[in-house]
Design a protein around this ligand. Structure first.
Ligand code: 5AD
Length: 349
């Protein structure tokens, strides 16, 4: 296909209007010329500064259960995978938030596999319990697909935000990655979460088996349409004993370009520095912050859940309750011009 526009012209257009066609996005994703890539990252950096300045928000991540009924081909927690499973009790989760709160955290992300042991009532009690002892903190749930009634109940109990990556907007690719799961329901859950009033997070992996640049462009266009408050984008990482264990990891440089384009398409988005990206390429942190990442999620799980929350191999962990390690992280981030902040960090619109 003939390239109709120069790369800088597309980037300028994105910067001004955040409009782009699928063809233009594919052209941008394919950018290999270093000069043009530098221009893209520069523009993303400007946009990020315009909205969030040099802030990087900190969220305390609690991985409270690695039980999962889902069958995602790429994920180490998939139900068929024989791994040691663990669950935190309601009290343990609330206590851990309180410890985090006393440390200074003002946002907690409660993440688990799709684990029905946590019934609607249990989760309502957990959310309400956290809100009671950490009144001005935001609670984010990342627990997968539930019914609208459940989502509403968690929201009414005080949950502020919900993360649910679409994983792939293209149905064929989604079905390929998720045998027996329902693409339509996934997308419909995201729309329901937005309707209820959650600050809603979506996202996808870069470099998953069978994904084309066109598929990534489709996810980007979906992000532009959905305008989520949070967007998680990280490279695919192979995980032992899963159907995708022998696949190559996603490309860090491509992930960086995807982040930068996303910053231009959804300027207000809160975008975490994903553990997957840091695990794949620790030295990319600074460039990812510049390309538009503005959230870091250190781990508050007691004993790191015995390192059993293994979505993929070689997952790096930032220990969030270690004063020295957190001070070192803050210093490192300051050195590259950013400011780590322990605040609620709501979306700026
Ligand atoms: N590599 C990278 N990211 C993964 N996730 C799950 N498994 C992997 C993997 N093998 C991502 C999914 C999920 C999020 C919690 O982690 O996109 O939504």
């Amino acid at each position: 296909m003939a390239i109709k526009y120069s790369v800088p012209a597309i980037i300028e257009k994105l910067f001004r209007t955040s409009e782009a066609s699928k063809e233009e996005l594919i052209t941008l994703l394919g950018v290999l010329i270093k000069e043009d890539e530098a221009f893209l990252l520069e523009k993303a950096f400007e946009k990020r500064n315009e909205i969030y300045g040099n802030s990087v928000y900190v969220r305390g991540l609690i991985e409270f259960s690695n039980y999962c009924t889902a069958t995602c081909n790429y994920c180490g927690l998939r139900s068929d995978n024989t791994i040691e499973r663990y669950r935190l009790s309601e009290d343990q989760i609330i206590t851990q938030c309180k410890i985090g709160y006393d440390f200074g955290y003002r946002t907690f992300v409660l993440q688990s596999g799709e684990d029905p042991w946590y019934t609607k009532d249990r989760l309502v009690a957990i959310v309400a319990g956290i809100k009671k002892c950490c009144t001005d903190a935001a609670v984010t749930l990342s627990i997968g697909e539930r019914t609208e009634e459940e989502y509403q109940a968690f929201f009414d109990a005080g949950a502020d935000r919900f993360l649910l990556r679409q994983e792939a907007y293209n149905k064929k690719l989604y079905d390929n990655m998720h045998p027996g799961m329902d693409h339509e329901n996934r997308i419909s859950c995201l729309r329901t979460l937005k309707k209820i009033g959650y600050q809603t997070g979506a996202g996808f992996m870069v470099g998953i088996k069978n994904q084309t640049l066109e598929n990534i462009a489709e996810d980007l266009i979906f992000m532009k349409e959905l305008q989520p408050d949070m967007i998680g984008i990280g490279p695919f990482m192979p995980s032992q004993n899963t159907p995708y264990e022998k696949e190559s990891p996603g490309d860090a440089e491509l992930t960086l370009r995807v982040l930068a384009i996303t910053r231009l398409l959804v300027p207000h988005a809160l975008m975490p520095m994903t553990t997957a990206l840091v695990s794949l390429c620790p030295e990319i942190r600074e460039r990812a912050l510049k390309a538009g990442s503005n959230v870091i999620m250190p781990n508050l799980t007691p004993d790191n859940g015995g390192y059993k929350y293994k979505l993929y191999d070689n997952k790096s962990v930032t220990e969030g309750l270690d004063q020295e390690k957190m001070a070192a992280l803050s210093k490192k981030i300051k050195e590259v011009g950013f400011d780590l902040q322990m605040v609620r960090g709501d979306v700026i619109k």
